[in-house]
Design a protein around this ligand. Structure first.
Ligand SMILES: Nc1ncnc2c1ncn2[C@@H]1O[C@H](COP(=O)(O)OP(=O)(O)OP(=O)(O)O)[C@@H](O)[C@H]1O
Ligand SMILES: [Mg+2]
Length: 274
């Protein structure tokens, strides 16, 4: 049987073919200068593809280069060697398609919830007449109605992260780079935010690279979990997570396959006994 021609490929752009990974890291190595000026390798020979709409988590020991990988993908950092591609093109051409969410609360402290979301909408260069409507709909979608005029310090930790999610969504990136976005939250709020994120992901089907230290969170949310070794970070394990969605964390955590998968990832992390 002949393979159907992908019409989006006919115009010569490698950019939107279904067989082109959304994100592609090829033999990526990254070095930083150390205190005495000699380069230190923090990421070594990492190759990793993320398909369109795929949710991939990255776990690995502290300092192994997880944030560094996201920085390269957002075009903020040049690798020492190898390539980082978005839709088959260098990331430097795709900066406006990539959205970042950090663990740290990066909301503007003097701006209300709604103004913080507005920042994302303005960056997205949405026609001005649609901006207010977009922000309002996101406030509703993220269940922040009634709190839109509150400043960040007048919101709970979970609400602040929902505002940060709203800012990310308002920007409408094609790729979500999320660096421990719920790391500072307690476990119940974290789990509620995971549900929120999956609700968004199910609706928008963006490619997600999600960094976390929480292995159960990684397995619960993701299609794949990639384990990096200690610095310099290399891909040590790449696990396909094939549990059916929607997933109920209460059921999943008792599933023997889930327990074994979490255990396999823990073992690959090779943490020292305490
Ligand atoms: N700007 C920089 N200059 C020099 N070294 C850096 C710089 N940024 C990070 N590093 C070093 O690179 C290594 C990887 O850092 P990175 O922040 O990517 O780790 P990480 O895997 O995200 O760790 P964590 O889980 O603690 O967030 C660390 O050893 C860190 O000290
Ligand atoms: Mg980090």
């Amino acid at each position: 049987m002949t393979k159907p021609v992908n019409p989006q490929k006919l115009d010569g752009h490698a950019s939107s073919g279904h067989d082109v990974p959304k994100i592609s890291l090829r033999n990526l190595s990254v070095t930083y200068p150390s205190g005495d000026g000699t380069p230190v390798k923090v990421v070594q020979d990492v190759s990793l593809d993320v398909s369109p709409g795929q949710f991939v988590s990255i776990v690995g020991p502290s300092g192994c280069g997880k944030s560094t990988l996201l920085r390269v993908l957002s075009g903020l950092l040049e690798p020492a060697s190898g390539t980082a591609l978005v839709d088959g093109n260098p990331v430097t051409h795709a900066k406006d398609r990539v959205g970042f969410m950090f663990q740290r609360d990066t909301l503007l402290p003097w701006a209300s919830a709604e103004e913080n979301i507005l920042v994302g909408a303005e960056l997205a260069r949405i026609p001005p007449q649609y901006i207010a409507e977009r922000v309002k709909s996101l406030i509703g979608f993220l269940r922040l109605a009634g709190f839109e005029k509150n400043l960040p310090h007048q919101l709970s930790g979970g609400m602040r992260q929902r505002v940060a999610l709203g800012r990310l969504l308002a920007y409408e990136p094609e790729i979500f780079l999320m660096d421990e976005p719920f790391g500072a939250l307690d476990s119940q709020t974290k789990s509620a935010m995971g549900r929120e994120l999956l609700r968004i992901w199910t609706e928008h089907r963006r490619s997600v690279l999600f960094v976390t230290h929480d292995i159960e969170e990684a397995v619960t949310l993701s299609d794949r979990v990639v384990v990096l070794s200690a610095r310099p970070g290399r891909v040590k394990l790449d696990v396909n997570v094939d549990f059916e969605r929607p997933r109920d964390p209460k059921v999943l955590r008792k599933d023997i396959r889930f327990i074994e998968m979490v255990d396999r990832i823990w073992s690959a992390l090779d943490l020292q006994p305490i």
